[in-house]
Write a protein that binds this ligand. Sequence first.
Ligand code: NAD
Ligand code: MG
Length: 400
Amino acid sequence: MTTAASPARRRISILGSTGSIGRNTLDVMSHLGGREAFEVPAITGMGNIDLLVRQARQTGAGFAVTADPDRYAELKSALAGSGIEAGAGPSALIEAGHRDTDLLLAGIVGIAGLAPTLAAIAGGADIALANKECLVSAGDLFTAAIARGGGRLLPVDSEHSAIFQVLEENQRHAVERIILTASGGPFRDHTREQMASMTADVAAAHPNWSMGIKISIDSASMFNKALEMIEARHLFGLRPDQIEVIVHPQSIIHSMVGYSDGSVLAQLGAPDMRHAIGYAISHPRRANLPVERLDFARLARLDFSAPDEIRFPALALARTAMQRGGLQGAILNGAKEAALEAFIAGRIGFLEMADIVAATMDRLDDGRQATGIDDVYAADREARAVAISIIADCGVRQTS
Ligand code: NAD
Ligand code: MG
């Protein structure tokens, strides 16, 4: 029970609480005081109802939502008697975003997170953003909405958190470049021939970070880094030519900022998403986080190499999308999602993903701009449809 003397609890809603980012967020919150320190107005998941219910009961959430409308009855009956409201489907997700909160952790994967995150932005909440597809697909609309809403945008992606941590606020004019680090993923040293025959299981096994399957495969293809280049452009207001990528297999330097005086500032830490999550939800304070401390004597060395854009064409596609502007970010992401799903289903090879994204981006390169969120969703749908038709044509070619 809250007594008159106890301080108000901070309100944090979590979109995608059952995912990798969501579970790590709840872990950080329990280290930072749990129910004594935090109130949870809303949490959302999709298929894992048992976990969603457990999380809702543990946090005393106000509202628990599954994105899957067919699971409503199951969720409602599992929450019966708890006092926790149940909801399901896209409108309930948006309602979760609308629930009054101090901060919303956007941890849904994909463009499905856009509408509920925009709902929270409109309500003035701070946004801790893991759901990079929001910025990739709707960058200008998203940053304009943040400016109107008045909340802060706090990056959770580890690279962007690193940049955010070393960006000197009054020295923005002196930023020459940012350098995003990339582990290189499981295929860092593979030849193109070896990569061509890789399956989804192998691609999903990331050497350093433990993540959801889609982002793990996106790391193996470096599409994750491609999305992060576009994400960085919008987060930090940079030109495409100011965004560099360097392969750094140890994932200890999480990214760097290069200034006009030649200085480069870096943020280092163990590869553990709880750091970036903890930083975002504690900002501007630094909390005491349960992450491994670096032992430099044991680390001994940090390696770097330029990314090979022949084996990893996703990086060049990100630059093309940024240069073309308009809805090309949404088109890149939509086509990538369709290609990724086809790869996971075993319908296309690993290297074909980039070919399909490139062909879709070219076919839909008509200078279209987004005037509202509906344009973003339409471009996403169209990109998926075009990518699927290209995949079907590839299948015809392969079997004929
Ligand atoms: P995940 O697949 O583990 O979890 C995704 C969450 O979103 C789950 O709660 C799931 O139920 C929900 N979800 C999935 N599809 C949905 C839909 N259509 N509608 C509503 N909810 C849906 O993914 P993750 O690894 O936690 O990644 C989440 C986001 O964070 C992604 O955008 C990812 O790129 C980003 N990110 C993740 C990591 C990481 O280490 N996992 C690091 C940096 C950024
Ligand atoms: Mg990242």
